[in-house]
Structure formats: C-alpha cells, structure tokens
Design a protein around this ligand. Sequence first.
Ligand SMILES: Cc1ncc(COP(=O)(O)O)c(C=O)c1O
Length: 391
Amino acid sequence: MPHQLEALKRTIQQHEDWRLGECLNLIPSENRGSDLMKSMYLTDFGNRYTAPDRFYRGTRYADELVAQTQEIARKVFNARYADVSLLSGHVANAAVLLALTRPGDRVASTSPDDGGYPGISQDGLGGLLGLQNVYFPYDRAAVGVDLAGSVELLKSEKPAVAFFGASHIVFPYPVRRLSDAAEGVCVYDGSHVLGLIAGGEFQDPLREGCPILIGSTHKSLPGPQGGIILSNNEEAFEAVSGKVFPGVVDNVHLNRVAALAVSLIEMQEFGKQYAQAVVKNAQALANALAAEGVNVRGAGQGYTRSHQVLLDYDQARLKPLSVRLEQANIIVDEAGRVGTAEATRMGYGPGEMEAVAELMAMVILGKKAPDFVQKKVKTLVKQFQQPRFVL
Ligand SMILES: Cc1ncc(COP(=O)(O)O)c(C=O)c1O
C-alpha cells in the first residue's frame, strides 16, 4: 500500500477514534448522522450528474430521487416549495442575495458583533455583492434584537432583504412584528435551528411572515452537510431558486440528497421528540452550569429555547477557555457557544447534562486540570455511542 494511503487511513481512523469515541462534541453547528444516512453517501449517486436543463441522459432515477426528497422536505416543513440542491447554508444565502438585491441595496440582519452570521456581512457576501449591511439594534441583556429599534430601522432604511435568525441564537425572533414593518423581502436563516423548526419547536417562520426559509441541513437538523430553500410563496421561491442552477450550484451531489432524504424521514418519525429533547437538554445544561457558578447569558429569560447555551465571558477569555476545554476533550467553539443537538442525538438526557456541566465547570473555573477532566469525559462518552431518533 503506498505510504500516503496508509497515512490517510490512519488520519481518518485517528479522527474518528478521538472525536467519536473520546470527545464530548458540543459545537452547535454539528451533529451526528445515523448509519443509514451515512450509507447513502456510498451509492452510485455520488458519481452521477443530473441537471434541471436535462443536459445529461440516464437520469430517470436521479430525478426521481430529487423529486422524492423535495416532497419529503415539503411535508416536514409544511411548505409548498422546496429546493434541496444547495451545497450549504452559505450557498442558500448567496442565492437569496443574488435574487433579491441589486448592488447598492441595503440588507438588514443581526450584526456579527451580536451573533449574526458573518457570511452575509461586508466580509462575506454583502461586500462581494456591493450591498450595504445595516444591523438591527441589539438588546444584550435580552439576548435578542431590540424590537422597537428594529422596527424603526426597517422603516427608515427600507432594506431590500431583512434576515431573521442568527449564528448565536437562543430565543425566537419576533418575526411577525418585524415582517409587518418590512417593505422588502423577509428571509429566515434557520441554519442553526432547522432541526427544531422541523420538530415544531422554537418558531415557524413560514407562518409568521417570512416568504423564504433557508438553512443548513446539518446543524440542529442531523442531516448531511448541505443547504435548503423552503417557501410558501411562489414568486419569492421562483426568484431565489432561479439563482441556484446554473448560478450558485451546478452539480447537485445526489448522494448528499439521498442522505438528506433519510434524515428528513427521521425527522418525520422522531422530529418532535428529538427537538423537545434538544431544548430540554439545553435548558438543563444552562441551569446546571449557572448552578456551578459558570456565567451563562439570558438568565432573565430562562437561558435558552434552542439547542444553544451561550457562555457569558468576554472574547479574550473565551478563546483560551475553548483551548482548555479541548484539552479535556470537551469540544466547543471559541465564541462560547455550547450546543446540545449532537449529545441529544447520542442519548444524553437532562441527568447527563448535569454531569456535563460539572465537568465543564471544573475546567472553566479552573478547579481541576484538563487532564483530570479528560479521563472522566472519556468514561462518559463511552456510554453513548449509538445515535438515537434513527430508523
Ligand atoms: C446563521 C448561519 N447561516 C448560514 C451559515 C452557513 O452555513 P453552512 O456552513 O451550511 O454554509 C451559518 C454557519 O455557521 C450560520 O450560522
């Protein structure tokens, strides 16, 4: 065997042994796919093309697969239209902005400084497309946009597109009130909370005034990495979906679509139970962390109604904290977001969340060395090796 191949196999094995077998994965952007979902990556669909213009022959089953997946997506999200060909949530954002804005237009969203998605800011698509980003005033104590100020901003700035949803998101957005005030198109970026929306938890943007719901399919939704566009509004959907092929997507990645279909069927079967368990776990974790003396945002509102718990330390402190947590095999990002979607998927309940909080607190408050905590984390993780809520 060429030595590169041996090295490659070793790297993959080491990653899986460590991240799956020994780590407590608490990144809210990640999740664990079922074995059935993962098996879909390995079929022949991963080597085939199809395209909406019917350029390729031999696509009868590929086209059936896409149609079936869109049908399931429409059911899960109670939407008239679905496009499952997006390669990621970011690509879905690109389709939205290409369809609904012209250079110079204003786009409203939550500022990256307040947990908004940086990919649509001047550093990302906003800058690339010559747009002007305007940001909703934010109420830090309430961990959400300031409603009156945001209504005022929508009226005075008249953005072409208003994005609701964010990367740091613990409470629902006041979508109905904001969409009533908006003259442009309201888009809910549900990348983080899509699994909760699928399970009927958190909020229901398509029925609260957003003609378009987009998102990643792999954060709280335990699907393959990818993106989706959902809508009940023909005109808005046609416009956004019209930028997909041959604009932001050429090749649909059919094996990913098949994997998405599996996770959507899982959501149909178990979505409600799963989403409720995710939120319950997040609340249990937040309460237990606070009881341990860890600073958690949103105390006045019960900490969280999503899959996220936000640690309340300044950025200069959060980064080294995330490094120390990693030394203890507790994996979070360096913004202090802690997610319960993957742990819930692996069968952790509120009791285990208390144990997790205790372990995190040992590291965060410097009560124990990371090596000491790492041993306890490994013992805990070994007990939760099979995804739940699976077919
Ligand atoms: C709110 C939001 N939208 C979009 C994205 C991009 O998603 P993806 O990684 O699927 O491109 C992210 C990424 O974390 C996000 O937080």
